[in-house]
Design a binder for this molecule. Structure first.
Ligand code: TTP
Ligand code: MG
Length: 353
């Protein structure tokens, strides 16, 4: 029998708003949102008091004020949130080096084989949340499960300041009646589409087949089918595992001039910056540009770099284009290399949760 993994997903409660409430007493007992205050601005998040009025993340401030006229909106302090995020990460590191940050306020931790608390992931998650509360005066929620998919959903179950443990034996029952929109990767539109075909829960998906799901959800079909049984073999993308970040695009028509390629690099660069947000903790060591030509051969030009900057990508593009020998460009990719750290290997495993 193979040992199941123990994954913890930690997610801070109303993160930006919680930091503002912590740092300013006058904001503690009012419905509070963090976001722009201008007429066309959108909220980043809001506290739980504001949520009672239906106020939500990504809601236009105007709509939020209609729902909750006494809502207080403050502008965000990104530098402070980043600093708190680093403090939270330092707490995680006391318990494991296998950490995959998803954003400033959430991360997966793999504690399989941990020695602390006799290997109980439940107790480790409780202790992490206690450390966060005692040291940073903020609350976090946790999901504990045999894989990332279940852990992420579980951390939402008992929010705020709660925890939910799904043991291997509980997995099947936990996912069976799960609404499909809870599955990461299924947005409201896809959920609606699936409903149109009669799929409303994981139980419905289980009774179907990948071949039936493919015309509806495309490439996501095999993963969706697996998720409906609670299966998710994805490893954590830790600093150790992730050595690079790449983003690329294949053109419907080959590009033939430098100007077109440069515009494509500008677009890709914006996308790369968005992806990089999830990996803010990583140390960049290299930038690269990949080109695929219309004869399907490819070339890559790289350069040592500690930053992710657009002008370096453009310079690398120019160098790569020198190798094109007037062939059309089918694909352009941008890559970042990361410096990586050594992490101790997992050794002993414990069966208790
Ligand atoms: P979330 O974890 O999605 O939300 P949250 O921490 O505010 O609330 P919850 O208790 O439900 O976890 O996002 C973390 C932070 O990311 C959030 O505090 C603000 C920011 N954020 C945005 O700026 N825009 C958004 O649309 C969302 C969803 C979050
Ligand atoms: Mg959160």
């Amino acid at each position: 029998m193979t040992q199941s993994r123990k994954i913890i997903h930690i997610d801070m409660d109303c993160f930006y708003a919680a930091v503002e409430m912590r740092d300013n007493e006058s904001l503690r007992n009012v419905p509070l949102a963090v976001g722009g205050t201008g007429p066309r601005s959108v909220l980043c998040t809001c506290n739980y008091q504001a949520r009672k009025f239906g106020v939500r993340s990504a809601m236009p401030a105007i709509k939020a004020m209609q729902l909750c006229p006494e809502l207080v909106i403050v502008s965000g302090r990104m530098a402070v949130y980043q600093e708190v995020s680093a403090q939270i990460r330092a707490i995680f590191q006391r318990y494991t080096q296998l950490i995959e940050p998803l954003s400033l306020d959430e991360a997966f931790l793999d504690v399989t084989g941990n020695k602390a608390f006799n290997g109980s992931a439940t107790l480790i998650a409780e202790q992490i949340r206690r450390d966060i509360f005692n040291e940073l005066n903020l609350t976090a929620s946790a999901g504990v499960a045999p894989n990332k998919f279940i852990a992420k959903i579980a951390s939402d179950e008992n929010k705020p300041n709660g925890q939910c443990v799904v043991t291997p034996a509980d997995v099947s029952g936990f996912v069976e009646n799960l609404p499909l929109k809870k599955i990461p990767g299924i947005g409201p539109k896809t959920a609606q589409k699936l409903l149109g075909y009669g799929f409303s829960s994981c139980a419905d998906i289980r009774a179907s087949a990948v071949a039936v799901l493919t015309p509806i959800v495309g490439k996501f079909a095999p993963a969706l089918y697996q998720r409906s049984f609670g299966i998710d073999h994805r490893q954590l993308e830790t600093d150790r595992v992730r050595k690079s970040l790449a983003i690329e695009t294949t053109f419907s028509q080959d590009l033939s001039c430098e100007k077109e390629c440069e515009s494509a690099v500008e677009l890709l660069y914006q996308k790369l910056l968005l992806r990089l947000e999830k990996h803010q903790h990583m140390m960049i060591s290299k930038q690269g540009v990949k080109l695929k030509f219309n004869d399907f051969t490819q070339t890559t030009v790289e350069q040592q770099s500690q930053r992710c900057d657009e002008s370096t990508f453009k310079q690398l593009l120019v160098k790569a284009l020198l190798r094109s020998q007037s062939r059309g460009i089918r694909l352009i990719g941008l890559t970042l290399g990361f410096a990586h750290h050594d992490v101790k290997e997992i050794k002993q495993l414990s069966l208790s949760w």
